[in-house]
Design a protein around this ligand. Structure first.
Ligand code: AGP
Length: 615
């Protein structure tokens, strides 16, 4: 959702804030703004639209200060206008706040504060925080006023505040969405996400829920909301700042697609033995005895991570022979799920901050489930709530459309399936060894799969002006059809449906008309001939087939697909259970090139945000 940054130090303030916001723009880009304190006065600059608009404002009306905060917004309450852009002020204009999340009781608070004489000038929920702190102001400083105000707030929020009346102090509070505190040399940073401050420091402390940080030039004091001191040691974050840049690629998304060989290698490395086929996942913190005792797995996730979960169901059932359910986070928690101490809840989330997934995980653990997270962000909320975490070492994913996080999630699910199967003794050693060998080969095969890029760039011209697209797949590749359709929808705004190929004749076939692009995942997985049958059905009705298959099966498909507009894209041959990773590459590239041709904003598609920290 929204991005937050704050700085107190010796560097020129505004560039630190603006650069920090640039690295957070993927979290929201409806408006941007900064507030700085200089000589006892708060100065605010804001603009609707992207960060570049704020930079134009700063060009016309430059400002500087001693410390300050900034915000990039994903609108929830109130239109994306200048007055609704953060930072928001109290009546005096001397207290300013930036906020990520939702203050659920803002209407009640607004009425109360209005009756007490406070004047509101925005439609946002955030503004109540500034007025509440103003009302709670005594002579004991900003942190104490914020603490009193917090007792009145309901909902999930990350708040960062400064005041002209408490010079050299930044106060941050977390109840839900992330807040990180960066510790440099005589300088301190506050942010909603690590990339904002990585260029300056890698020593980072993570606020927990119901915690505050009071940042001054003397250091950072951590407390709970009641003011009791909390001990916190900064962690060293190994992410390389260069990894968060575009490195010559036109878009983050393309860079991240091409980073997949490395990301997958990093996720596998050191976790397997090619000799024995064993996997080592100590960080999961669930011993073999616990894994041996589970009789069911429940996977909880949203969006692309949910698609990874669908592949995970297939993998865990095939490899470990344990029944698996996959649920949307937003559905699971409200359906009185049946869970007990023999259930393993697996929360899959790139960001580790998705509110629906976190809510579902909490519900599962409340009901007694054991838990593990599959996550890409060190120290994120989910990693602190689950018993253990299998980290995907994909590096920062900036493009809003998830790519390398997805393929590394698939690899992590392989490792999890093997760990469960090995603990239960249900995975034959030969299968373990074969899969570990296949995983070791994956980075090279992804590298080869990426060679379809040029062909896809060319064929994307024929999809660019289509209104609809159909994606079909079977078995373990059916979720890849869903993922391909989601990718196309979210970045090119073309309507796309993903379906199990065998289900097409039960309804979606009615959609097929002359030249409808039908993207078919035809894997060499024992279902190939059935998929060829489905291809014939679509082709007979005028569909324009783009078949994604393996090198081994490509010649057979080329014989079937002789139509001028049809196409066959091939990825390397591999074990059917690792094929979904390879089949993903072409569907990502199709979405990317179609979106580029349509002139869409690939990295920041409309209405979306990278981490969805509201329900
Ligand atoms: C992916 O392309 C999406 N933007 C979105 O579906 C995403 O996967 C979803 O919001 C879940 O995010 P998470 O993995 O950070 O929990």
């Amino acid at each position: 959702m929204c991005g937050i940054v704050g700085y107190l130090g010796h560097k020129p303030l505004v560039p630190v804030l603006v650069e920090g916001l640039r690295r957070l723009e993927y979290r929201g880009y409806d408006s941007a703004g900064i507030a700085v304190v200089r000589d006892g006065t708060v100065h605010v600059r804001r603009s609707p639209g992207k960060l570049s608009k704020l930079e134009e404002v700063l060009g016309r009306e430059p400002v500087d200060g001693e410390f300050g905060i900034g915000h990039t917004r994903w609108a929830t309450h109130g239109r994306p206008s200048e007055e609704n852009a953060h930072p928001h002020r109290d009546c005096s204009g001397r207290i300013v706040v930036v906020h990520n999340g939702i203050v659920e009781n803002y209407l009640e608070l607004r009425q109360e504060l209005t009756a007490q004489g406070h004047r509101f000038c925005t439609e946002t929920d955030t503004e109540v925080v500034a007025h509440l702190v103003e009302r709670e102001w005594r002579d004991d400083g900003l942190a104490a006023a914020v603490r009193r105000a917090l007792t009145r707030l309901r909902g999930l929020f990350a708040l960062v505040l400064i005041s002209a009346d408490d010079p050299g102090t930044i106060v941050a509070a977390r109840n839900g969405p992330p807040v990180v505190i960066g510790m440099g040399e005589d300088e301190y940073f506050v942010a909603s996400d690590i990339p904002a401050i990585l260029a300056h420091t890698r020593e980072i402390a993570f606020l927990d829920d119901q915690e505050m940080a009071v940042v001054t030039r003397e250091g950072v004091a951590f407390t709970d909301f009641a003011g009791a001191a909390r001990e916190k040691t900064p962690q060293h974050v190994a992410w390389d700042p260069v990894m968060a840049e575009k490195a010559g690629y036109r878009h983050f998304m393309l860079k991240e697609i091409f980073e997949q060989p490395l990301a997958v290698r990093e996720t596998i490395i050191g976790r397997t033995s090619a000799e024995t086929g064993h996997v080592f996942l100590e960080e999961m913190k669930l011993g073999a005895d616990v894994l041996a005792g589970i009789d069911r797995v429940v996977i909880l996730a949203c969006g692309t991570s949910w698609h990874a979960g669908l592949v995970g169901k297939f993998l865990i059932e095939q490899i470990a022979r344990v029944p698996v359910e996959v649920d949307y986070g937003s559905e699971f928690r409200y359906r009185r799920p049946i869970v007990d101490g023999r259930t393993l809840a697996v929360a899959i989330t790139q960001s580790g901050e998705t509110a629906d997934t976190l809510g579902a995980l909490r519900e599962a653990t409340r009901l007694g489930a054991r838990s593990v997270a599959i996550c890409n962000v060190v120290g994120s909320m989910v990693t602190r709530e689950a018993e253990g975490t299998i980290y995907t070492h994909a590096g920062p994913e900036i493009g809003v459309a998830s790519t390398k996080a997805f393929t590394t999630q698939l690899v992590a699910l392989h490792l999890l399936a093997l760990a469960i199967g090995q603990a239960r003794g249900t995975t034959p050693e030969e299968l373990s060894r074969a899969l570990v060998r296949e995983l070791d080969q994956l980075p090279i095969r992804i590298e080869e799969a990426l060679q379809v890029n040029d062909a896809i760039e060319e064929l994307s011209a024929s999809i660019q002006n289509r209104r609809d697209c159909l994606y079909l797949g079977r078995g373990v590749n059916y979720p890849i059809a869903l993922e391909g359709a989601l990718k196309l929808k979210e970045i090119s705004y073309i309507h796309a449906e993903g379906y199990p190929a065998g289900e097409m004749k039960h309804g979606p076939i009615a959609l097929i008309e002359e030249d409808l692009p039908v993207i078919v995942l035809a894997a060499d997985d024992g279902l190939f001939e059935k998929v060829v049958g489905n291809i014939q059905e679509a082709k007979a009705r005028g569909g324009r087939i783009i078949a994604i298959t393996t090198h081994g099966q490509a010649p057979a498909l080329e014989q079937v697909l002789t139509g001028g507009q049809d196409a066959v894209l091939a990825v390397p041959d591999a074990h059917p259970l690792v094929l979904p990773v390879l089949m993903t590459v072409p569907v990502q590239l199709i979405a990317y090139h179609v979106a580029v041709r349509r002139g869409c904003d690939v990295d920041q598609p409309r209405n979306l945000a990278k981490s969805v920290t509201v329900e």
